[in-house]
Design a protein around this ligand. Structure first.
Ligand code: ZN
Ligand code: ZN
Length: 423
């Protein structure tokens, strides 16, 4: 549920939705393990300088990354983690991890300033292969993303691929692109105006039809690629075609971050007439070499949980999990707390899920709460029965109740549990 309080976009994940997040996270973890990626958990608090150094590419504005960074008020030089790739690289460098090829994935919150200056928390996962310039790796990382979506039963997306060129050939393209944008600046929408200075490529993200019409006339990167970059892109296309992977060549480069080189890709899905980006990624050899301070090649992708979960909800992909067999324990008189807790402990020893109710004289209220929990069994503890060493057990599935000896309660409940379909 999204609410804005004190300029913070509050993205709390509420109890009725958390199971969906866990479901998606489990599938991601299983898929990453299948591909032999190891999880890395980087610190949420990071140095501001780290991102200022690496997120400023191609911006005309000095310190443009500050517009994105979520700084900690009063604590200079600290920022909350805005994205995963730079933090993963920095962690490898700080911790002296020098494996020939690192295959890593992360899951966690990222913090960014939105265009309207509101501060927001998003949740992402991503995978990185650090240490290979082989085209095989470009294809593998794309196949990994495809496998994640397949496991989540998300289909009908479009895979767009392109090349971000290299430091030699991209300069000419960026020059021409900036020239084009400047000559059409007045025609772009206010949002694009804001973005242009920060990252000229963001005009390609705008869904305003007027902006789209202008951007469709912009110079195309493929006309500017050098021989090596062009051949790299062709080989990737050939490899993907041979693997039977459907893709389109995107003429433009709508990337959120500009630290890529050569292969870039994104997965886009149509949702209620809008494009939702499921994941995007690419090769970032220069970024990896700058952070790790040695020549190294790398490629990765990241995806937002919010988008993926929204797509899955809209397509009714989620299946409600089965209810756990559970027992509701309620005292029918005051001062029975110790008995209540002892019975609960006995249930926990038998791996039975419990709900404990507090005593209240308002039995209607108690019954309403009990009904809401939909427990399969109610155990009622009363003064009279306790004196006889018994509890009242109500099997809600059979609408049957009877007193049971306290000593037998564990076995008695286990027998009911086994007799139910839900186990
Ligand atoms: Zn090039
Ligand atoms: Zn626009």
């Amino acid at each position: 549920m999204q609410r804005v309080i004190n300029n913070i976009v509050n993205n709390d994940i509420l109890p009725n939705d958390v199971w969906k997040w866990n479901y998606v996270e489990n599938i991601i973890r299983q898929t990453m393990e299948l591909y032999s990626f190891k999880e890395i958990r980087t610190s949420i608090i990071q140095s501001q300088e780290l991102f200022e150094s690496y997120l400023n590419y191609y911006s005309e504005e000095e310190n443009s990354s500050k517009r994105l960074l979520f700084n900690l008020n009063g604590v200079s030089n600290l920022s909350l983690r805005p994205e995963g790739t730079i933090t993963v690289l920095h962690s490898l460098m700080k911790n002296n991890i020098n494996e020939l090829q690192s295959r890593l994935f992360y899951i966690g919150p990222m913090f960014r300033k939105q265009n309207d200056n509101k501060l927001s928390q998003i949740h992402q996962f991503g995978a990185e292969i650090i240490g290979s310039d082989d085209l095989l790796t470009d294809s593998e990382i794309i196949l990994l993303a495809i496998k994640v979506f397949k496991s989540l039963e998300i289909f009908n997306y479009q895979l767009e691929i392109s090349s971000f060129g290299c430091s030699k050939c991209r300069i000419n393209y960026v020059k021409e692109l900036n020239k084009f944008i400047r000559s059409h600046q007045d025609e772009y929408c206010p949002e694009c105006h804001y973005n242009i200075k920060l990252n000229p490529f963001q005009v390609f993200q705008c869904e305003n039809s007027n902006c789209e019409n202008i951007s469709n006339l912009a110079p195309v990167i493929s006309d500017y690629l050098c021989k090596d970059c062009s051949s790299h892109l062709k080989k990737l296309q050939k490899m993907l075609s041979n693997l039977g992977i459907a893709f389109v060549i995107a003429p433009y480069l709508p990337t959120a971050f500009n630290y890529y080189n050569r292969t870039i890709f994104r997965f886009v899905i149509e949702e209620n007439g809008h494009k939702t980006i499921l994941a995007n990624g690419g090769r970032y050899d220069f970024l990896a070499s700058s952070v790790l301070k040695k020549k190294v090649h790398a490629i990765g992708f990241s995806a937002d949980f919010e988008s993926i979960i929204r797509v899955m909800e809209n397509r009714n992909i989620f299946m409600m999990p089965k209810n756990q067999f559970k027992v509701l324990i309620s005292p029918m008189a005051p001062n029975l707390d110790v008995f209540v807790l002892q019975i609960a402990q006995e249930m926990h020893e038998n791996n039975i899920h419990t709900i404990i109710l507090s005593f209240t004289k308002d039995f209607d209220y108690m019954t309403t709460i009990a009904d809401n929990y939909e427990a399969e069994v109610d155990i009622r503890i009363s003064d009279e029965l306790i004196r006889e060493g018994k509890l009242l057990v109500k099997n809600n599935l059979k609408n049957h109740q009877e007193p049971v000896q306290i000593a037998d309660i564990g076995n008695y409940i286990q027998t009911i549990k086994k007799s139910t379909i839900i186990q």
